[in-house]
Each structure stands twice: as C-alpha cells, then as structure tokens.
Write a protein of this length. Structure first.
Length: 182
C-alpha cells in the first residue's frame, strides 16, 4: 500500500495494493500491523455502512466527548469526502481536506479523532463504509452546517439532499470556541 500526501497533519490517504485480473480484484482493506506502521494504531470498535443517492450530503458531524477516528472507503459509486480540523492546538484548526473516494479508485481516507466529517454522493448511488475508533453516542453528536461561509468548502454545484437534522446544524463560528479537541 502507498501513503499519499495530504495538507493536514494526521490525515492519511491510503492507496491499497490491488491485485486484479480478468476475474476481478482483491486487496486488503485493513491489516492491523500494516496500518499501525502507517501511524493508524488506534483500535477500531465499530464498522458502519451507508447507501445514498446522488446529491445526498451527510455531515459535517463529530462527537464532542467521544471523538472518533474513522477509516473511510467507498465500495461502489463515488463521493466527495471532507474532513475539517477541529483540534484547537493544530496549526490547521478550521481548515479542511477534500478527497474523492470511489469504488474504482479504492482509496481509503483515515481521519483521526478531532475532526468533523462529511461527504456528498457524486454518482447515481454510492455504498460507503467506515471503521470507527469509538462507539457512536447519539447524545454526544455535534455538527457544522455543510455550507458554512467561513469554512467555504468547495462542494459541487449539484442539488443537495440533507436530513432534517443536518439542515439545522450551526455555523463554524457558533461552535469553534466550544470545541476542546487536542
């Protein structure tokens, strides 16, 4: 596998070694020792999977007291995946990284604890799966509105479909002084 560069410390974009022929392909989507060698050495405790249609935007989410590290991948379709640095002591606090993950490119995106995360489906449908380093606690969830002017994330101009909960998320200015990630 190959580690590709990102602009924010702690984020890791991984290109797995894919073995393919006329029958299809094979690759290791996770190997504890190999990922630990890349600096991903937290224990994963929960796997999640979602299916969404074109224009669905999920995020930007984080957990306040139980921050999750996440190892993301798309098994079919294509998404624009976004991580926003919420670590107070980071030189890149409030900055974001975007990557396109797809079933075709098989890239994986590791987001450590202390980031907000969201994604938008670019293809007709997408199957998205990820591993988490802490359990989901619904009462602990926080978020930032997807189109926050201060963050200025370059989402595609496509029509966006949001959950009712995500439509009501606050802006970055309203939450940034309350965040205590290190």
């Amino acid at each position: 596998m190959e580690l590709l560069p990102t602009s924010i410390s702690g984020l890791k974009l991984i290109k797995p070694k894919v073995f393919g022929d006329e029958r299809g392909y094979f690759f290791e989507s996770f190997h504890k020792e190999k990922y630990a060698a890349l600096g991903i050495d937290l224990e994963f405790v929960q796997d999640n999977r979602s299916s969404s249609t074109k224009g669905v935007l999920r995020g930007l989410h984080f957990q306040k007291n139980y921050p999750q590290g996440k190892l993301m991948m798309v098994t079919s379709g294509e998404v624009l995946d976004v991580a926003v640095d919420l670590r107070k002591n980071s030189e890149t606090f409030g900055q974001f990284e975007t990557v396109v993950l797809s079933g075709e490119n098989k890239l994986q995106f590791y987001i450590p604890p202390g980031f907000a995360h969201g994604f938008m489906v670019l293809s007709d449908t997408a199957e998205f799966q990820y591993k988490c380093t802490d359990f989901y606690h619904p009462e602990d969830e926080g978020g930032i509105i997807w189109n926050d002017a201060e963050l200025n994330i370059p989402w595609p101009d496509d029509a966006v479909t949001l959950s009712e909960k995500d439509k009501k998320l606050p802006g970055f200015a309203a939450i940034k002084d309350q965040i205590n990630f290190r």
